[in-house]
Design a binder for this molecule. Structure first.
Ligand code: ATP
Ligand code: MG
Length: 473
């Protein structure tokens, strides 16, 4: 069992005050060393930690000791010897020897590292070659001891000279020193690695927390901005409606006949008022879409009817601009489960743009066809789709032969207020809200919208909307 981790800090890294034998050596390696030592010299060997825990044990109880343990008087005496061996605290480099009642001896050496004692090693019991006879003190321990048996068992005891055992102990201590050194090095390296991993983990955690905080702040700011837009637009709409209303009344002569110049001025007031109202409606729509409070009134509908309606509405604008406007339906289309007014808004915006950014003599075409909608064909998904689910639906392409939209602008134009910064766009007017509303409305119908190039020139806005679920089955 390992002890609880010592306090963190420099000590933990360098193991300054916490060096423990059991942490520095590999238990299996130590056991292997003890076993091979015992096999070579037949002298029992035990290694203890500083607090007396046994760490390695290469020991076979000699038959003499097995016999003595079975005789009460002798067992007591042996226990006393073991206790006294256990109590020995040898100085570093000065082995201690304890004699046993059998005439054998135990040699206790200190295991140290870096001048600090961190454990003990006990060699023995071994019998010095000089002991030939059963000691009389042993026989006196218990009247039941059999002298003949004792003599026979004594001759089987491992024998070694005190001096030889001293040399063996010194050799073992040196070997352990080497093992401890490499163990210490490995432990230091792994502790340093752990400390650096811990430091970078803390670093990452702190950075993560900061990012999260910044993200939350941005979200809050975004929410405040949407609220602000919604409130301001709402508050502007009421007085504006009255300005337009009074303009109309003036134009109708309700407050007296106007001369031609006054008529012209009032007309300008009405036109600009209408423009402003459109902008405010757009802002309101956007803030409702952003906050998810835009209600959709979905019903079973046919996209052909909506496209026809859009085309009729914008035919005069196209004619004025000298642009041809046509609608085409290919194949039989699925019915859609959608909000007719919102879809009308989508295709009005796209077709208005198409006419606006197409010079005189150009063409705008709305083409509807049935399609299998595959998520992976959505460029927004970046091809990162694990399981492409296919769903039948309708694809509408709004194609023009106008100025076109460069590849790098195709995602940005869907941002609110973003306009491609070229003189032609600035000339064309508008506020840059149309496409951001289009995108959100299409997404509100589980659909997608993206831009492609038209050949030889112009842009194509591709809108895909899945069919009503019940018509799929
Ligand atoms: N068919 C198109 N051809 C070329 N550029 C286009 C086309 N449609 C949109 N764009 C570019 O994308 C920009 C954003 O379009 P969007 O409809 O969002 O704004 P707008 O038309 O400028 O203003 P609004 O729609 O609010 O009146 C346009 O200003 C224009 O630069
Ligand atoms: Mg527009």
């Amino acid at each position: 069992m390992t002890q609880p981790a010592p306090a963190r800090g420099l000590d933990e890294l360098t193991l300054g005050s916490a060096m423990r034998l059991e942490e520095l050596v590999d238990r299996n390696g130590l056991a292997e060393l003890a076993r091979s030592f015992f096999e070579l010299f037949r002298v029992p060997l035990r290694v203890f930690s500083e607090d007396g825990k046994i760490l390695a044990d290469a020991y076979e109880t000699p038959s003499l000791y097995v016999y003595l343990n079975g005789v009460p008087g002798a067992r007591l005496a042996l226990q006393e010897v073991i206790d006294s061996v256990k109590a020995v605290v040898p100085e570093i480099g000065q082995d201690a020897t304890r004699a046993c009642v059998t005439g054998a001896a135990y040699r206790v050496s200190a295991i140290s590292y870096d001048g600090r004692r961190i454990g003990r090693m006990v060699l023995g019991p071994f019998l010095p070659p000089t002991v030939r006879e059963v000691p009389t003190s042993l026989l006196a321990l218990d009247g039941g001891l059999d002298p003949g048996r004792l003599k026979a068992l004594l001759s089987e005891m491992p024998r070694a000279r005190e001096e030889t055992v001293g040399q063996l102990a010194a050799h073992l201590v040196r070997t352990l020193d080497l093992i401890l050194f490499s163990g210490h090095k490995a432990l230091l390296t792994s502790n340093m690695h752990l400390a650096s991993v811990r430091a970078s983990f803390h670093d990452l955690q702190a950075k993560n927390a900061k990012l999260e905080e910044a993200f939350e702040r941005l979200k809050e700011l975004d929410r405040l901005k949407s609220n602000f837009l919604a409130t301001v637009s709402h508050e502007l709409r009421t007085p504006l409606t009255s300005i337009i209303g009074y303009g109309e009344m003036l134009a109708e002569g309700i407050a007296g006949e106007l001369n031609p110049e006054q008529q012209e001025f009032v007309q300008t007031i009405r036109e600009k008022g209408e423009q402003l109202l459109e902008l405010i409606k757009g802002l309101l729509d956007l803030s409702k879409l952003e906050s998810g409070t835009m209600s959709m009134r979905k019903a079973n509908l046919r996209i052909e009817e909506i496209l026809e309606d859009v085309s009729t509405t914008l035919a005069p604008t196209a004619r004025k601009k000298g642009v041809t406007l046509a609608t085409r339906v290919q194949g039989s289309l699925h019915a859609l489960w959608a909000d007719a007014e919102r879809l009308r808004q989508v295709f009005l915006n796209l077709t208005e743009n198409a006419i606006k950014f197409t010079p005189e003599g150009g063409a705008v075409e709305l083409v509807a066809s049935p399609a299998m909608l595959d998520l992976s064909s959505d460029p927004e998904a970046g091809g990162f789709v694990l399981m492409a689910t296919q769903r039948p639906g309708v694809e509408v392409r709004v194609a023009d032969t106008g100025v076109g939209i460069p590849e790098e602008e195709r995602k940005k134009v869907f941002d609110a207020f973003y306009q491609v910064d070229s003189s032609s766009t600035r000339e064309a007017g508008g506020t840059g809200l149309g496409l951001s509303i289009v995108k959100r409305l299409v997404e509100g119908h589980d659909g997608t919208v993206h831009i492609e190039s038209n050949r030889p020139r112009g842009a194509v806005f591709v809108v895909r909307i899945p069919a009503k679920r019940s018509t799929i089955a």
